[in-house]
Design a binder for this molecule. Structure first.
Ligand SMILES: [Fe+2]
Length: 282
């Protein structure tokens, strides 16, 4: 990395048609168009865009095609991850990406302007919470041993679990055991940060020395003032990241929001992982 590198972090785009989807609470296609117009005005020009999952609200191929159509409005490279609202089948079909199997996890790495971007697939089909399977850990271990001279940026829809042990809100993050395994794997590596979404509010954590950055995304915002229910209010944001020799800076760009209530989910529903469908929340 010979100079500062700027990038854009989008997450939880939830592209869909609000006229046909009663679990889509805002015009996410229009929000994405407006944000891309703002991104086009950023100077210096960013090197890439990260879209860290929940690309669509229903995971249907038509929504991915609409996503592609809108993203054609930017000439920046876009790094996609998938989340719990996505489906692997719909993603591969709608994005016209070849996959060995229609349900194969979508993890990959790429170097742009001296940044090694490593994208995980933390989605678990039919569940809200995140997991990383053995095969993906094996791949990650190998990838971390490559391009060791480059700063590494990790992308994962679900952020890692922050607590010391498993907690009741396991649907909010990567499985605790898998998070601990991830922490061990990333320890001592040149990791500048982890970019995530899923919980729909802007949040920055120091996780074993690694910055974990979560964005509100573009669908709806979590009311973080309420802990007794999951209350969704109108609001969205994106972020501008800068990687310097000193590390990562992230500046959030909140969009106009009136915090109008959009929906309220009882926590009991979300705590029952087996019963919680991926379309139900966040
Ligand atoms: Fe989401």
């Amino acid at each position: 990395m010979s100079r500062d590198v700027t990038f854009v972090h989008l997450t939880d785009l939830h592209i869909g048609d609000p006229a046909q989807d009663d679990h889509l609470f805002s015009d996410t296609a229009q929000t994405l168009r407006e944000i891309l117009a703002q991104v086009a005005s950023i100077t210096p020009k960013p090197s890439f865009i990260v879209a860290s999952g929940d690309l669509t609200n229903r995971g249907d191929a038509a929504s991915y095609r609409l996503l592609c159509e809108i993203m054609n409005g930017t000439d920046l490279p876009v790094i996609y991850a998938i989340g719990n609202h996505d489906t692997r089948e719909g993603f591969y079909a709608g994005m016209d990406i070849h996959s060995e199997a229609p349900d194969a996890p979508f993890y990959h790495d790429r170097v742009i302007d001296g940044i090694h971007v490593i994208t995980l697939d933390s989605s678990t089909p039919n569940y809200i919470g995140g997991t990383i399977e053995d095969e993906q850990f094996d791949w990650l271990a190998n990838v971390l041993d490559t391009k060791t001279e480059l700063p590494k940026l990790i992308v994962s829809h679900h952020p890692p679990a922050l607590g010391d042990g498993p907690d009741l809100a396991h649907w909010r993050h990567i499985d605790h055991g898998h998070s601990m395994r991830l922490a061990q794997l990333l320890k001592g590596r040149n990791i500048v940060g982890i970019l995530s979404g899923h919980i729909h509010h802007d949040r920055v954590s120091n996780w074993y020395g690694i910055p974990v950055v979560v964005g509100t995304g573009q669908h709806a915002a979590t009311d973080i003032l309420r802990n007794d229910v999951l209350r969704m209010v109108r609001g969205s944001s994106f972020a501008i990241g800068t990687i310097r020799k000193s590390g990562l800076t992230v500046a959030f760009v909140p969009q106009p929001a009136n915090r109008e209530e959009l929906n309220v989910y009882p926590l009991e529903m979300l705590l029952q992982r087996a019963a919680a469908a991926p379309v139900a929340a966040e």
